[in-house]
Design a protein around this ligand. Structure first.
Ligand code: F3S
Length: 431
């Protein structure tokens, strides 16, 4: 790999041990991927600290948070002193919500350690956005911006909807990028790799957020980790719909980039989306999406669910926007949850503040539900004690929660979920 003078200086240790370790990791990682060089990045989203029991224990045994960062962000068994980050860096979701720890079954001592971890990250200059949807709370990337982001649902969103350039990074590469402002130049940083490979033609209207989730789920399964180009869209999707579409596509498959012709920035036309210039690229395959395909996706999303007696409703995957909280409040206001049902709604911490300010938190609480932040059920392994049958309005959550927590999970619209929370019974279905 060819390094610039400043990169070589970091690798030679001229800017301290931690940056040397970070640069060494990035060079090893880049060479394994076949990258010929690194690229500057000024926007990194990752995770640090000790959000799992294993990491907490490691930190306690090895003498603190620098030990955790050294081992799990820099791949260094040697504990090095971690300096402040070199570029704008944000923290993604955590394993718990310290404000709702008791309800989530988190012991007090774990909350204390968690808060120490948060203070450590803030001390390094990492912005505690605490969400899988940083683009909804101020970290809005620009077109062409080279980023180093973790979190599949966020990666697909900023690549496709905002036109930024990132691969799905890991904790190690993102941590190293925070300290150096560098990331290997490969994959979706390179223009040719961003062109479409598969053409998806819609034969039906895709309208609700749930519908967009199903479409994403179907396409992810169909194209796996390639780049789909969607045409035939009659209803312009808003931010929550694109958020759910991308999260689902990155769950059933490994999609990190897609185009919607006439909607996403790198797809003003079908030709542009496929890069049909001199090289004359052709889509590998054209896939039609109609009623049968929608049903297939719906059945796949509901494959684990059998009992209609629902005891847990999980909303907010990816973390709800303020618009989605407003929508759910319209469905909840004046109603009460069934006494056998819990409803947890997840959102970024800043959005939770906004929800309180607008009276939404009160409406949610009066119905008997709970607005939480920072984490989610699947990632934090957090469900109400004894929960057996869940329901979610996110295909991604319905995909992961049963596998992670060993419970059943229904997928449906937000309205289906709210109705189930009130009645305790799942009556959702495909129209
Ligand atoms: Fe976010 Fe959890 Fe879903 S981290 S994307 S809410 S699985």
């Amino acid at each position: 790999m060819k390094l610039t003078a400043d990169e070589q200086a970091m690798l030679d240790g001229k800017e301290g041990k931690a940056k040397q370790k970070a640069m060494d990791l990035l060079v090893r990682y880049g060479e394994a991927l076949g990258a010929e060089r690194l690229v500057d990045t000024k926007n990194v989203c990752g995770t640090v600290g000790a959000s799992t029991p294993f990491l907490r224990e490691y930190g306690q045994k090895r003498g603190g948070m620098d030990a955790v960062f050294s081992e799990f962000n820099l791949d260094s068994a040697e504990v090095v002193e971690i300096p402040k980050v070199a570029v704008f860096s944000s923290h993604l979701q955590h394993g718990i919500d310290p404000e709702h720890a008791q309800r989530q079954g988190i012991p007090v001592e774990v909350v204390k350690l968690h808060r120490r971890g948060e203070a450590y990250a803030a001390g390094l200059g990492i912005n505690l956005l605490n969400t899988c949807a940083p683009y909804t709370v101020g970290n809005v990337t620009t077109r062409g911006e080279h980023c180093a982001w973790m979190e599949s649902s966020a990666v697909i969103y900023i690549n496709s909807v905002l036109g930024a350039r990132t691969n799905a990074e890991g904790r190690e590469s993102a941590g190293s990028a925070m300290l150096t402002g560098k990331i290997p130049y490969w994959g979706y940083h390179i223009e040719q790799n961003r062109f479409g490979t598969h053409h998806i033609e819609l034969d039906i209207d895709v309208e609700s957020t749930a519908d967009w989730g199903l479409l994403g789920y179907y396409i992810g399964e169909a194209v796996q980790d390639r780049v789909p180009v969607v045409t035939g869209i009659r209803n312009l999707p808003n931010l929550p719909r694109l958020k759910h579409f991308g999260a689902a596509a990155a769950s059933s498959g490994g999609i990190e980039m897609y185009h919607m012709v006439g909607i996403t920035p790198e797809a003003p036309s079908l030709e542009a989306a496929f890069g049909l210039k001199p090289g004359k690229r052709r889509p590998q395959e054209t896939i039609r999406y109609g009623k049968a395909e929608r049903r297939k996706a719906y059945e796949a999303a509901n494959v684990t669910a059998t009992s209609r007696n629902v005891d847990f409703i999980m909303l907010g995957c990816p973390h709800y926007t303020i618009e989605q909280i407003w929508e759910v409040c319209k469905l909840l206001e004046g109603r009460k949850l069934n006494p056998n049902t819990e409803m947890w709604i997840f959102t970024p911490r800043q959005t939770a503040h906004l929800a309180a300010q607008n009276g939404y938190t009160k409406i949610i609480a009066e119905a008997g539900a709970h607005l939480m932040s920072d984490t989610c059920s699947a990632m934090g392994r957090l469900i109400p004690k004894g929960a057996r049958v869940a329901a979610a309005d996110s295909v991604k959550q319905a995909h992961y929660l049963p596998a992670i927590m060993g419970i059943e999970c229904w997928f449906g619209t937000t309205e289906d979920c709210v109705n189930a929370a009130v009645s305790g019974c799942w009556n959702g279905g495909l129209e």
